[in-house]
Design a protein around this ligand. Structure first.
Ligand code: GAL
Length: 676
């Protein structure tokens, strides 16, 4: 039997939350692309939406070509009709600005708005999102359309939110054209002031890269040998800022004409789209929203989904957020597109609600019959209303309606897992000790182990306030500022537990190595010093003297002020420290200098969470996730057997009164008000 231990994150005496979303309860929603269907289908769409319990739709994302069929000539008649039908049907609108896909007349007239890849190839029209965010020409056309949209619909009662463009940076996170090169130079001049400061930051004494003027600087295009890493890092920063700048430009037009209506754009937090620094974007949003599709190229797609949800909450400063897009079943863009089995849609959706989503949206309402996404799932499949998928969607709508009171409730976690896009970009550049090391890998592994133990983690920026946590995990934080280590020291001194993993604290913000021994910034905090890295060949493993197994990475590590918890029993460094612990006043700082396998990661996470008093399951069970959100306990069972978890209160999905424990069938979930 499981019991929840620890108290910090699970207290029930906190204030009732209020949703930040402009929709009611936990809303069901979807992208609606009516232009793909004859007018006669639209009334049926609205009727079916009502049947499914759809509360909001995102309208107009890819409608530019039909809203402005010729330059400066707008046709809103058909769109007015759709808006009217939705309004009469009681469906709220998340109105897109329609700028995500420029029409052919624009790119034909102005081919200079087309993006260029690293190899110098133009990305031609015929698809979508073929534009450069820094292009003044594109900006002018886009803002003219936004102005029209905002003036026409800005005070329409059905329009509850604005949706800028779509997934800014999707497909074209970076652009290497001359247009972006010019904008990059402006960005660099602003960052460094003069070119000497850039030379210093970029370490241009290396390989004769010294610049005499910003005019000589280019984006990191294809080069004969490894490009300058700080140039790469700054270009990644610039590119994220360029997209954010475009967001701001559209948002400001919306705010002028549609005051009071919240504005969002949908983040892409999943790890295959890792090009925006969303910690910087979050504060610019009235509502944070993300798109997330289960990615079956991952060994553990559901664990990645949980991580992305916790990270989205981090970008929202802990506030509730909106899952703008997900899939009712398969997508169309993975090598093999896996269909959701019965029950999965509900459990996957509630996983997002448990982790802070106040609305669950999907791409898209009706499965397209033409175009590149015709085999992508939808709320209404090709088979139509009379289908198991649509019935499951109706069931989901009912389930979300039943848990509406969860909206606004805070997820509180005892664990912080530190995450930084800049660090990950720098860590994953070329010519490092091991090309097999990926920054996100350690974050995913530790997050998954914690999730399986029933411990919820906030995924937050390294310079966040850590005082509310009991345990802070620092997975492969390769790059960090000088402020991070002292903050962790203070956290540990106040009784907290810190765990840092390999290849952390190595460089400063310019990607310059911190000298004197690894792990640079964290040497004193951890009481260790490594003189060399000893990465392992692919497939090689090492055994630790506590029985654990590890791979990928080892270091020639010495302790200066720490106890050795585990040593290598074999491999290149037998007898040397692999896991250490430094006592810091009432707290402790642990270092894991290798990549532990899942069993060893879980064993260490088990020990640390118990010692630190983190709220978690006492006896974890396979496939079960338990998350406390405010007054509600979510129990998600992805496993093959029923599970029983201690709880007392009222189960909201039809289970009624719960006394002592709740049993959840496989591929199902329970939401208990009151919880324990
Ligand atoms: C998203 C995009 C949608 C749709 C979806 C398919 O990235 O915003 O428009 O293409 O992917 O999974």
């Amino acid at each position: 039997m499981c019991v929840l231990v620890g108290t910090c994150g699970y207290s029930s005496d906190r204030d009732e939350g209020t949703s930040v979303l402009p929709f009611d309860g936990i809303s069901l929603g979807c992208d609606y692309n009516p232009e793909q269907w004859p007018r006669s289908v639209w009334p049926e769409d609205v009727a079916l939406m009502q049947e499914a319990g759809v509360g909001f739709v995102t309208l107009g994302v890819f409608s530019w070509g039909l809203l402005e069929p010729r330059p400066g000539e707008f046709d809103f008649g058909w769109f007015d009709e759709v808006v009217g039908l939705l309004h009469e049907g009681g469906i709220a609108i998340d109105m897109a600005t329609a700028t995500a896909a420029p029409p052919p007349w624009l790119t034909h007239r102005h081919p200079e708005v087309l993006p260029v890849d690293r190899e110098g190839r133009t990305l031609w029209p015929g698809s979508r999102q073929s534009f450069i965010p820094s292009s003044p020409v594109f900006r002018e056309y886009a803002l003219r359309l936004v102005e029209q949209m905002a003036q026409r619909y800005g005070s329409h009662p059905a329009v509850r939110m604005w949706h800028v463009s779509n997934e800014l940076g999707c497909h074209i996170g970076k652009d290497w054209s001359d247009v972006s090169a010019a904008a990059f130079r402006v960005w660099l001049a602003d960052r460094y002031g003069d070119v000497d400061a850039l030379n210093e930051a970029w370490g241009t004494a290396f390989w004769s890269q010294h610049y005499t003027s910003f005019d000589e600087v280019l984006p990191p295009r294809i080069t004969p040998a490894v490009p300058n890493p700080t140039q790469e890092l700054d270009f990644a920063r610039f590119s994220s800022d360029a997209w954010l700048d475009h967001y701001r430009a559209e948002r400001d037009v919306l705010r002028r004409h549609s005051p009071g209506v919240p504005v969002t754009t949908n983040f892409m937090v999943a790890d295959h789209q890792y090009e925006q620094d969303y910690f910087g974007w979050g504060p610019e949003m009235d509502v944070v929203s993300q798109d997330h599709y289960l990615d079956h190229r991952h060994a553990h797609p559901h664990a990645e989904q949980s991580f992305a949800a916790d990270l989205t909450r981090g970008t929202a400063g802990g506030r509730p957020w909106l899952l703008m897009e997900s899939a009712t079943s398969a997508v169309n863009w993975q090598p093999v597109n896996i269909t959701k089995l019965p029950g999965e849609l509900l459990v996957d959706s509630l996983r997002q609600v448990a982790r802070g989503a106040d609305g669950i949206g999907f791409f898209q309402w009706r499965a397209s019959k033409a175009g590149g996404e015709k085999f992508h799932s939808a709320l209404v499949p090709h088979a139509g209303r009379d289908s198991a998928r649509f019935r499951e969607v109706v069931g989901l709508g009912a389930a979300l309606a039943a848990i509406g009171e969860v909206a606004g409730e805070p997820v509180r976690a005892d664990v912080a897992l530190l995450h930084d896009w800049e660090s990950h970009w720098a860590c994953d550049l070329d010519s490092h000790p091991s090309g097999e090391l990926r920054a996100l890998d350690a974050a995913h592994r530790w997050h998954r182990a914690l999730t399986e133990l029933g411990a919820t983690a906030d995924v937050v920026h390294p310079e966040s306030d850590l005082s509310a946590y009991r345990l802070v995990v620092v997975p492969t934080l390769y790059l960090c500022s000088d402020r991070v280590a002292p903050a962790l020291e203070a956290f540990a001194a106040a009784g907290g537990t810190v765990l840092v993993t390999y290849f952390s604290g190595i460089v400063d913000g310019h990607d310059h190595v911190r000298l004197g021994g690894y792990p640079g910034a964290f040497r004193d905090l951890l009481g260790v010093r490594a003189e060399e890295f000893t990465p392992l060949p692919v497939g090689a493993t090492v055994t630790l003297d506590d029985g654990g197994t590890a791979d990928l990475w080892t270091e020639v590590l010495g302790v200066t002020d720490a106890e050795v918890v585990a040593r290598y029993a074999d491999g290149p460094l037998p007898g040397t420290p692999a896991v250490t612990r430094r006592a810091v006043s009432a707290g402790s700082a642990w270092y894991v200098a290798t990549r532990l396998d899942h069993a060893a990661t879980t064993a260490l996470a088990d020990r640390l969470t118990r010692d630190a008093g983190v709220a978690r399951l006492d006896e974890p069970q396979e496939g079960v996730e338990v998350v406390r959100r405010g007054h509600f306990l979510f129990v998600l069972n992805r496993g093959e057997r029923p599970v029983t978890v201690p709880a007392t209160g009222t189960e909201l999905l039809g289970g009624g009164a719960v006394t002592g424990s709740v049993t959840v069938a496989p591929a199902s979930a329970a939401v208990v008000r009151g919880g324990r």
